[in-house]
Design a binder for this molecule. Structure first.
Ligand code: FES
Length: 150
């Protein structure tokens, strides 16, 4: 079936199978490989994108349910050469090691700060709790969120 998706402000017509996930369409059909496949079960957060501004796990979202939604991926954050403030904060805090979880962490942070511009350490821990970093750079990730909130 054919679905029209709005991703990062652009419309895309894609042929999909009913069981296709948003993550597979982003990566395989649209070439947007910033969102990562980790667990494929909605558990790790590596595939986090924004759907109408809310952080969502794209590996468990059926693409046919997103026709009227605005999807934002990590590729949609920067304005030309200028990184998004959350991306800058992650760089400033060196909040990554291998970097695999970083796009999902950044998208979760963007959603958090839209909902709560001045999160407490507890708010940050609660919001980021379901995003996994196998390298264990959590303290620097929290620092990045705090820098982004300044
Ligand atoms: Fe989607 Fe892990 S790959 S939550």
């Amino acid at each position: 079936m054919r679905v029209t998706l709005r991703v990062n402000g652009r419309m895309h017509d894609v042929d999909v199978e009913p069981e296709d996930t948003l993550l597979s369409v982003l990566r395989s059909d649209l070439g947007l490989t910033g969102s990562k496949f980790g667990c494929g079960e909605g558990q790790c957060g590596a595939c986090t994108v924004l759907v109408d501004g809310q952080a969502m796990r794209s590996c468990v979202l059926r693409v046919d349910a997103l026709a009227s939604k605005e999807v934002t991926t990590i590729e949609g954050l920067a304005q030309g050469e200028r990184l998004h403030p959350v991306q800058e904060a992650f760089l400033d805090a060196e909040a990554f090691q291998c970097g695999y979880c970083t796009p999902g962490m950044v998208m979760a942070t963007v959603a958090l700060l839209r909902a709560n511009a001045r999160p407490s350490a507890q708010d940050i821990a609660r919001a980021m709790d379901r995003n996994v970093c196998r390298c264990g750079t959590y303290s620097r990730i929290v620092k990045a969120v705090q820098i982004a909130a300044e």
